[in-house]
Ligand binder design. Structure first.
Ligand code: GLP
Length: 241
């Protein structure tokens, strides 16, 4: 595990964007695993800037997102599909046909999960997976549990995740209670993993996840075992270590 210490959110975003742009420059047809949440937004903004300057080309890049809320249509402004368009896809030359996100409206969970795992397999796996960190240690929507999950699956969101994500919705009742998420095994099989973490509210979980035991009760802790994992975190998030 490598740690890149950044001064603040903007610095963290630039450092993470550096790693992603190096990946895309060295392998233009990279498969990028992408994340939502407030943590990676700055990283996407930096990548957009470099794209607009002509320094980056996403024409051959393929993407797979970590997760999607069950029950939300791609056109729903709260869907992760919309999030990705609003924060990244609409501003770079990634072909929509090269982007993949679980389909929240497929009520047949078994079908959707196997379809998504097959998509990842068909792409040849993930070259670089970008991650945020939930306050309870979740990655994607892999919530604390008694065991690590393998492939894409349907999860019931924990109360702490519903509380953390309600800021994006008008009312708490609007926060979906279920999601489709890539599994821990999908994430661990990515060749490289880069996590962005910012702010004091994540300091405690950063300590537990990366300086404590590897346990499914803190899903991110398994990344300690990944052979190419980089944690890009700002001073506030690293305050406890
Ligand atoms: C959501 C997403 C995660 C993300 C987490 C943290 O639950 N499913 O992928 O890492 O939120 O979000 P934030 O970066 O806003 O703290």
């Amino acid at each position: 595990m490598r740690i890149i210490r950044a001064k603040d959110y903007d610095h963290m975003s630039r450092q993470a964007a550096n790693l992603i742009s190096a990946q895309v420059i060295l392998k233009p047809d990279s498969v990028l695993g992408l994340a939502t949440g407030s943590s990676p937004i700055g990283t996407y903004q930096q990548l957009i800037k470099w794209f607009k300057k002509g320094d980056l080309d996403f024409g051959q890049v393929r993407t797979v997102n970590l997760d999607e809320y069950v029950g939300l249509a791609p056109v729903d402004p709260q869907s992760y599909y919309c999030f990705m368009r609003r924060n990244f896809f609409d501003y770079v030359n990634i072909y929509p046909a090269n982007t993949n996100i679980p389909y929240g409206l497929n009520r047949n969970a078994e079908d959707e999960c196997s379809r998504y795992d097959e998509t990842i397999r068909r792409l040849g796996g993930i070259d670089l997976q970008l991650l945020g960190l939930g306050v309870n240690g979740h990655i994607g929507f892999n919530e604390p549990a008694e065991y690590f999950t393998k492939g894409t699956h349907k999860v019931t969101l924990s109360e702490s995740t519903v509380q953390a994500n309600k800021r994006f919705f008008e009312k708490e009742e609007d926060v979906p209670r279920f999601a489709y998420t890539m599994g821990i095994c999908d994430i661990m099989q990515a060749k490289r993993v880069v996590m962005v973490v910012s702010g004091e509210s994540k300091a405690e979980i950063v300590k537990r996840a990366f300086f404590g035991p590897v346990t499914p009760f803190v899903p991110a802790s398994i990344l300690q075992l990944h052979t190419d994992f980089t944690l890009v975190a700002d001073d506030a998030a690293l305050k406890e270590i």
